[in-house]
Write a protein that binds this ligand. Structure first.
Ligand SMILES: Cc1ncc(COP(=O)(O)O)c(C=O)c1O
Ligand SMILES: N[C@@H](CCCC[NH3+])C(=O)O
Length: 447
């Protein structure tokens, strides 16, 4: 069994999240013990510097590769006003997939021109909201949406830029539920049956729509550049067709997001290396057609916020079943992180309030919901936890708070950004009253 320390080194956790002299884990230079005292638990604490460093590394790779580019943060990974402001400050656009995400980014003060609307079933209200706001681009997903866009842009008297979402028939090697590029997918126009060309033809006839390019996203948590290489080749062919045969005013190739991160013991290449591989694949695919690579867009979500997030939980109870398993229960669970329950996701964790000491035995981390599947980690090598200890679960910055629920009427956690030893609350903790705030009683509660 791997020891906790070896895994720390393997995941890079010890480099990003060191300990102070008292053995407390530091997040952005702030002690986890202080964070838990000040803000309570469960708490999602982000190392803000790590998010900014990651974004800057992405910019550097594009600049070194000398291609025109745009990075659009996939806000579904974690969408709050603070993160929208942060990524905007760092020069990113933002992808939104719902009226709620669009509202959040606009409320954060991000110009609509920097936002891009995705979705396989955008409602008329969402499209109207996007058009009226002056959205930067809509990623058109299907024929019904083309009709709706034509109608709504004409009604609003406002034209809109669009990218055509292509279902390229490229399988990503990842969990079935987060794989999106295969032919049998609910997203995009099917390439194999020429729906993409049909979409080009129809869009050409819509005066209030300007088709600036094409888009594809093959899936999430991908480590291998091969899928992107195949994607780049297919998309270069489609791009050339749109430009030459349909004379569309193309300038953008969007290859989606999906760059994988290290959770536990995966062989994850540094994300900058994967990005470089993707850019080079696009350059090669266009060079093979005698064309310069157009403005290359990517839409990373997980790789920007995932590694920077640490969830802090308070240890509550334990149950040791001799010869079977040791359970340790924390004050959160599938309500703040449903990823094990949904995808069998794996996480690394450690005690954050003291240096891990011997013995290291496997402990399975259980949530507090009335649900046997409410587990966060199975059989984690861990120093024996005591009630009151703090457990830090790493790489929980993406698709955790964003996917949190109120199951069992458990309030959602607070979120803080930590940087240079200072913590800033960016999402308040919900109260029990917040959880019931939309309820309408059947009658006035009486004695
Ligand atoms: C269209 C699209 N773009 C971008 C992303 C972001 O993916 P990731 O968070 O893996 O980078 C997703 C999610 O998989 C997506 O569906
Ligand atoms: N929610 C998924 C990623 C979905 C990506 C959305 N297209 C996860 O946690 O891994």
């Amino acid at each position: 069994m791997k020891s906790e320390h070896l895994l720390d080194a393997r995941t890079g956790v010890d480099a990003h999240f060191p300990r102070n002299a008292e053995g407390h884990l530091l997040i952005g230079g702030v002690s986890a013990v202080h964070l838990a005292l000040q803000f309570g638990t469960p708490l999602i604490a982000y190392d803000e510097g790590l998010i900014r460093d990651t974004i800057r590394a992405f910019h550097r790779v594009f600049q070194e590769e000398r291609v025109p580019y745009q990075i659009s943060y996939a806000s579904k990974a974690f969408c709050t006003m603070a993160i929208c402001q942060l990524v905007h400050e760092e020069g990113l656009g933002i992808d939104v997939v719902s009226g709620g995400e669009l509202y959040t980014a606009l409320a954060a003060g991000v110009p609509a021109s920097k936002l891009h609307l995705h979705g396989n079933n955008k409602t008329p209200e969402e499209l109207e909201y996007a058009i009226e706001s002056g959205i930067g681009a809509v990623i058109v997903d299907n024929f019904d949406e083309i009709d709706l866009l034509a109608e709504l842009t004409a009604k609003a008297g406002r034209p809109v830029d669009v990218l055509v979402r292509v279902a390229p028939g490229v399988e990503a090697h990842t969990h079935d539920y987060i794989s999106t590029g295969q032919q049998d997918s609910k997203f995009g126009f099917d390439l194999a049956s020429h729906q993409v060309q049909e979409a080009f033809a129809r869009l050409k006839g819509v005066e209030t729509v300007r088709v600036i390019g094409i888009h594809a996203h093959i899936g999430s948590q991908i480590f291998d550049v091969n899928g992107f290489q195949l994607l780049a080749e297919r998309m270069a062919a489609v791009y050339e067709q749109g430009l030459r045969d349909f004379e569309l005013p193309f300038s953008v190739l969007n290859l989606g997001g999906g760059f994988g991160i290290q959770y536990t013991d995966e062989e994850a290449p540094p994300v900058a290396d994967l990005l470089r591989g993707v850019i080079r694949a696009a350059k090669a695919a266009f060079a093979a057609r005698g064309m310069a690579v157009p403005t290359l867009w990517i839409e990373p979500g997980r790789s920007i916020v995932g590694p920077a997030g640490v969830t802090l939980y308070r240890v509550g109870t334990r149950k040791i079943i001799p010869g079977v398993r040791n359970y340790v229960a924390i004050d959160g669970g599938m309500t703040d992180n449903p990823r094990l329950a949904l995808y069998g996701a794996k996480y690394h964790a450690t005690l954050a309030n003291r240096l891990p000491d011997v013995p290291h035995r496997p402990w399975s981390v259980a949530g507090k919901c009335c649900e046997s599947g409410d587990m966060l980690i199975w059989d984690l090598p861990l120093a024996d936890p005591e009630p009151g200890d703090l457990l830090a679960v790493f790489a929980t910055g993406a698709y955790t708070y964003a996917m949190a629920s109120h199951y069992n009427r458990i309030p959602k956690p607070a979120v803080v950004f930590c940087r240079d030893g200072e913590a800033k609350l960016v999402v308040r903790r919900e109260t029990w009253a917040d959880v019931a705030r939309l309820d309408e009683p059947l009658r006035e509660p009486g004695p």
